[in-house]
Design a protein around this ligand. Structure first.
Ligand SMILES: NC(=O)c1ccc[n+]([C@@H]2O[C@H](COP(=O)([O-])OP(=O)(O)OC[C@H]3O[C@@H](n4cnc5c(N)ncnc54)[C@H](O)[C@@H]3O)[C@@H](O)[C@H]2O)c1
Ligand SMILES: [Zn+2]
Length: 377
């Protein structure tokens, strides 16, 4: 049956793909509520061209209680994706990140609890960043949860993680949902707050709520204008402007890249499956890949004459390894990643190519800002 669905932040990268799927494949009525943040959308008054024309668009911020209240009242299902999304940037725009991400979510929950509405389901986009470093194994101590690396370790370019108990090197494992949380940025803390506030309110008032901890999402429509997020888009934009990707540390840090199509699959499973009620789930590919591999794959595809640059710089607060254990979402919701990285990247590149002339590579600006704030060494 067709439902009235609200997607906050629905004009963004992930949201816009979800809009397409909900309208074209599922036949729902979708309303997008999005402030059109300049950093993501540039200066524009209208929604981006890629946004599905069958969606109803309302420009507004989740920090605007009255405006948000009007759209929440009409909705049977809400996907809350609106957020500021730059990890490094959140460390010097603390008020802005707290206002949009935490206060915005507080408004949403306040409205849900205090207004008359028809809400049946709330899905929150949380993030892998709330784990900090991933789960690891120490040959002496067994399973351990390493802390962030200390500054003097990084200064010595000693990149790999130490056991928090006996200080020998550890091996990264897949991280499951039971790992103790360890946010290491204001962004991560704000996602942790979003997740925990929503589940707490959901549980208290018996509102069917699910939080998905998305790992690194990539795919077409990822903002090329936003230099603060999305390493695949950043590398691609640089390569198309004739510049090599810049790699922090030694490139052997590992991550989990999940294609936006698979993220949409997970969002829809969270909406439809009763087993998702009150739960958190990792959403990743479950396959580790190093930043070195990512840079090489993208460089070979776009501009094989260039070589990625390793300048041994590092970002304060950066993690070394975090890859999703996706057993829970596979077992409980039937999630199955379908897009292999190599293939997904082709699609991203095909989408970027026609825009090459208009690409403004702002990655230097982001790097300069991080340096000035002492966050990049
Ligand atoms: N992309 C990833 O790798 C990733 C990983 C983990 C979690 N997430 C989460 O997924 C969600 C969507 O991220 P995305 O990658 O599509 O980012 P995005 O920047 O493309 O989309 C976010 C959208 O939210 C809008 N927005 C920002 N502040 C708003 C506000 N106050 N009110 C209304 N709209 C607002 C922006 O204009 C933008 O269209 C975010 O909550 C993000 O934290 C993303
Ligand atoms: Zn140990």
């Amino acid at each position: 049956m067709s439902k009235n669905i609200l997607i906050t932040g629905g004009a963004g990268f992930i949201g816009s793909h979800l809009v397409d799927k909900l309208i074209e494949e599922k036949g729902h009525e979708v309303t997008v509520f999005d402030v059109l943040e300049e950093q993501v959308h540039g200066k524009r008054e209208r929604p981006p061209n890629y946004l599905n024309k069958k969606a109803k668009f309302i420009q507004g911020s989740v920090t605007d209680y009255k405006k948000l209240e009007r759209v929440v009242k009409e909705s049977e299902i809400i996907f809350h994706l609106a957020a500021m999304v730059g990890v490094g940037q959140s460390m010097y725009q603390i008020e802005k990140y707290t206002r949009n991400n935490i206060l915005g979510t507080a408004n949403l929950l306040d409205i849900i609890v205090n207004s008359e509405n028809r809400l049946e389901k709330l899905v929150i986009a949380s993030s892998n960043t709330i784990y900090g470093e991933g789960k690891s194994k120490c040959n002496k101590c067994g399973i351990v949860f390493p802390n962030l690396r200390e500054l003097n370790q990084l200064e010595n370019k000693d990149w790999e993680l130490n056991c928090p108990k006996c200080v020998i090197k550890v091996t990264p494992l897949h991280t499951d949902e039971n790992k103790p949380l360890g946010s290491s940025s204001i962004y991560a803390l704000s996602k942790q707050a979003q997740e925990q506030m929503s589940l707490l309110i959901g549980n208290t008032y018996d509102i069917n709520t699910t939080a998905l901890r998305l790992f690194l999402v990539y795919g077409p429509r990822q903002a090329l204008s936003n230099p603060y997020t999305g390493v695949c888009a950043i590398f691609s934009a640089r390569l198309f402007s004739g510049k090599p990707p810049i790699i922090f540390e030694d490139g052997f840090q590992s991550r989990d890249f999940v294609n936006v199509k698979d993220v949409c699959q997970a969002l829809i499973l969270a909406m439809e499956k009763e087993a998702a009620r009150g739960e958190v789930f990792n959403v990743g590919s479950g396959t580790p890949i190093t930043i070195k591999e990512v840079a090489e794959i993208i460089t070979n595809k776009i501009n094989p004459k260039l070589k990625p640059v390793y300048n041994q710089q590092y970002r304060i607060g950066d993690i070394r390894h975090c890859v999703a254990d996706i057993s829970k979402i596979k077992d409980k919701l039937g999630f199955k990643p379908t897009v292999k990285f190599e293939k997904g990247i082709d699609e991203l590149i095909d989408w970027i190519k026609p825009q090459v002339k208009n690409i403004k590579d702002d990655s230097q600006k982001a790097i300069k800002e991080l340096k000035e704030k002492g966050l990049l060494k």
